[in-house]
Write a protein that binds this ligand. Structure first.
Ligand code: TRP
Ligand code: SF4
Length: 337
């Protein structure tokens, strides 16, 4: 079979601590597949975390480690993908700076997440230069590796569109250096958390990848189901059931159809139905838990993997920045390294 050149992928995750099922189905699960077919760079991005957590920066390192554990345990493989820590590759900052020179302020001010997050997150002052520049830092992350494909959810679509526009603008001003990155839209099933709201770390309703079988059982068993099912004999509607959002992500199609039919005809009870998804989750994350425990006990191995990944990333990043400095005429004779 003719070998076509693998496309370059970049995607990133903010270090916000251990990952939950929503993070898994919305990103990680797809990345694990993508590393087989694409030339992938996956970055944990401390500087993005800092844009909102600047008053509490000390947690970022531990949170980075938690994400690193989850990545490795879930099957991201340093033999297949470049696993890096953004802030360990200083070229991200240099490119961000240079892009900031050519990015019109209104492009950033009209990013929907900018105003939304400022309003939503009341306990932090997000009216900062860094937070406004968040999408620019993201653009730098992506184009620094000349990524062609960026797997993200719908919530990031605007950021990627901006990245395309900035890459295009750079190319128009200085010459073709960057490919225009394309979004690879990840279908993000909306998962409900234990309280029925959207699963989110900040709501305290999340089921974590690292949760033990007992914790999974304890969290799902008491969950609210479709309110029509007051009694065991009342039929329900799976599409209105928070628990069934988990079925949609983790229970195979055939079994799921069977349960849905059973729900609609009241021929199964909610406990029985929940048991299926509980067992599915326990099984799906069995090897995950083993691997995570291993890495928890071998932190040096984890840091080494990310150290080596960051070094590989740096090599690519350096080449790009040499080119960038050259087209800008900033390739000083004094700067030979
Ligand atoms: N902004 C992304 C998020 O909140 C994280 C991110 C940072 C990212 N840099 C990136 C995603 C580059 C894709 C590509 O999820
Ligand atoms: Fe939800 Fe299943 Fe109960 Fe139906 S049977 S309401 S899908 S838990």
């Amino acid at each position: 079979m003719a070998q076509t050149k693998k496309k370059i992928v970049f995607s990133g995750m903010r270090p916000t601590g251990a990952l939950h099922l929503g993070n898994y189905v919305g990103a990680l699960r797809n990345w694990v597949k993508l590393q087989e077919t694409h030339h992938c760079f996956f970055g944990i991005v401390p500087w993005h975390a800092l844009s909102s957590e600047y008053l509490n920066p000390k947690v970022i390192k531990d949170f980075t480690f938690e994400v690193a554990l989850d990545w490795l345990a879930a099957g991201l493989d340093p033999q297949k993908a470049v696993l890096l820590i953004q802030s360990e590759v200083k070229e991200h900052a240099e490119l961000h700076l240079l892009l900031s020179m050519i990015t019109p302020l209104p492009w950033l001010e009209r990013v929907p997440t900018f105003k939304e997050q400022q309003q939503e997150i009341q306990d932090k002052d997000l009216n900062t230069y860094g937070f406004l520049g968040y999408p620019m830092l993201q653009t730098a992350d992506i184009i620094l590796y000349k990524a062609e494909v960026v797997p993200v959810g719908e919530d990031q679509a605007f950021h990627i569109e901006l990245a395309r526009e900035v890459a295009r603008r750079f190319n128009r001003f200085y010459g073709e250096v960057f490919p225009e990155p394309q979004i690879l839209l990840t279908e993000v099933p909306k998962l409900a958390g234990t309280d029925g709201r959207k699963m989110s770390k900040s709501y305290g309703n999340a089921i974590y990848l690292k949760d033990s079988p007992e914790a999974i059982r304890k969290k799902i068993s008491p969950m609210v189901t479709d309110t029509r099912r007051k009694r065991r004999t009342d039929p329900g509607e799976p599409d209105d059931c928070p628990v069934f959002t988990l079925h949609k992500a983790f229970v195979p199609e055939a079994k799921r159809q069977e349960l849905a039919a059973g729900c609609r005809t009241a021929s199964i009870g909610c406990l029985e139905c929940k048991k299926v998804v509980i067992e599915a989750l326990i099984t799906e994350f069995e090897t995950f838990r083993q691997k995570r425990t291993y890495y928890e006990q071998h932190p040096d191995e984890v840091w080494t993997i990310f150290n080596e990944g960051s070094a590989r990333a740096r090599e690519v990043a350096r080449k790009t920045m040499e080119e960038v400095r050259q087209v800008l005429g900033l390739d000083f004779p004094t700067g030979r390294r």
